[in-house]
Design a protein around this ligand. Sequence first.
Ligand code: CAA
Length: 261
Amino acid sequence: MTPGHYETLLLDIDQDGIALLTVNRPDKLNALNSTVLSELESTVTRIREDDDVKLVILTGAGEKAFVAGADIKELNTLNSESGEELSRRGQEVFAGFENLGKPVIALVNGYALGGGAELAMACHMRIATDNAVFGLPEVGLGLIPGYGGTQRLPALIGKSKAMELILTGGQVKAGEAMSLGLVNGVYSTEQALDEAKKLASKILKNGPVAVEKAIEAVNSSDRPDGFEKEAALFGELCDTEDFKEGTSAFLDKRKPDFKGR
Ligand code: CAA
């Protein structure tokens, strides 16, 4: 894939197939305006279709913010109809990351507020820098989280604490986010990208089809048909070359050579 020209995103793909996707509006703390949403949507489509991209690390430009939320300047003019439409649109774009079929790690490098926290929560894992701050401050704007926050935060940290954070609009620093289970690790700004890449390389050693199906199964964990889904995906994997290779390699006492099929 040739990295495209974006107004609000940077996309860099390394030789291991790790795409580093950066929301790039540092002067507005990477706030999500309609251009960012559209560009995130088209980038997800491109990444999905590109077999050379194995995993995504999503971050924000600059040292101050991952993403400071939806662009409040654009929100200010919404009415009930356009507000509902925008919420559905943001939900859909973020679901594109959640259902990408390739692992997505958020590298939360500063403020992750409102839509920024919601974007991080739509990713499969979160690595935070030690200056990261999470919060859903929407009630202070007379709103509620509209890009999935009321659904994903309770799933990640439990209903009681999620309710507290959403109703108070309070903020959580990196250390507390770690103890709540909201992030997978906290590192210094200098180390965090390397740590995200280390996590990525551990994932990429495994069978790619299995990783894809594991994401799908875990994404089904809060649905009524989650167990059925797990069994169906388990069965599907038993027909793959990677499954034969992985189990044969174990029995032969050698490392597997996965082909991703
Ligand atoms: N939307 C638009 N612009 C934003 C923004 C946002 N969410 N967050 C920051 N900015 C802009 C500021 O307006 C400012 O621009 P100017 O220099 O042109 O004035 C620039 O980014 C720098 O921000 P600050 O000067 O405010 O920086 P600070 O260090 O003093 O404060 C902050 C940092 C605490 C993160 C503060 O910027 C802030 O509170 N931002 C808003 C956070 C927020 O409420 N997010 C939720 C948005 S609603 C939402 O996301 C709804 C949803 O669920 C979909």
